[in-house]
Design a protein around this ligand. Structure first.
Ligand code: 5GP
Length: 194
């Protein structure tokens, strides 16, 4: 450093919070509630190749991409992480998270377990939360009530059994028994990590 020059400014970096856990555990609801409590929190919008469900809006719930568009973004290193889940691809575009992180805002990702593992490898400062159901039976009830086809439900149950066994790899496990308590617990984790 030249004498008299000031040190390079430290790049502002918000906390990257990952909320993961088995499908059907209520990650989406928890993250939406958390965002209501924390207006500074940026919620990442993922990209996916699965078709929109009824009521889902492009650019709000997901960026709905074709296979070719998704493949191009992978080739361009456009994803922090991506994974295949139940026959479709899902990923976190850097473009969804770069600006708020650089501005020092916390950012939350709601992603599957394979994606959380990739974040751990490529972004080790991330804080990983596993959202767990009160019991495996409670999760099964939720998955059966989603309106998916019987075949899709069975596939999701198989995946969920594997997913439930992965909690040990996470920094924190929060049980989603009472919604408000689960949200408050994650809020405290975020406050401690800032
Ligand atoms: P769904 O099809 O029910 O919206 O999502 C299926 C699974 O994909 C859920 O576990 C959800 O958390 C996960 N998911 C959503 N977005 C992403 C993402 O960007 N990356 C990864 N790895 N998983 C995601």
């Amino acid at each position: 450093m030249t004498p008299g020059a000031s040190p390079a400014p430290v790049e502002a970096r918000g906390t990257l919070l990952v909320v993961s856990g088995p499908g059907g555990v209520g990650k989406g609801t928890v993250v939406r509630r958390l965002a209501r409590r924390r207006p500074d929190l940026a919620v990442s919008v993922s990209a996916t190749t699965r078709p929109p469900r009824l009521g889902e809006v492009d650019g709000v719930d997901y960026h709905f991409l074709t296979d070719a568009q998704f493949t191009r973004l992978v080739a361009e290193d456009g994803f922090l992480e991506w994974a295949e889940f139940n026959g479709a691809r899902y990923g976190t575009p850097w473009s969804s998270i770069r600006a708020p992180l650089a501005a020092g805002r916390p950012v939350v990702l709601e992603i599957d377990i394979q994606g959380a593992r990739q974040v751990r490898a490529t972004y080790p400062e991330a804080v990983l939360v596993f959202l767990a159901p009160p019991s495996p039976a409670a999760l099964e009830v939720r998955l059966r009530n989603r309106g998916d086809s019987a075949e899709a439900i069975e596939r999701r149950l198989d995946i969920a059994r594997w997913e439930l066994a992965q909690a040990g790899d996470f920094d924190h496990v929060v049980v989603n028994d009472d919604l408000e308590q689960a949200v408050a617990a994650i809020d405290r984790i975020l406050a401690r990590s800032a």
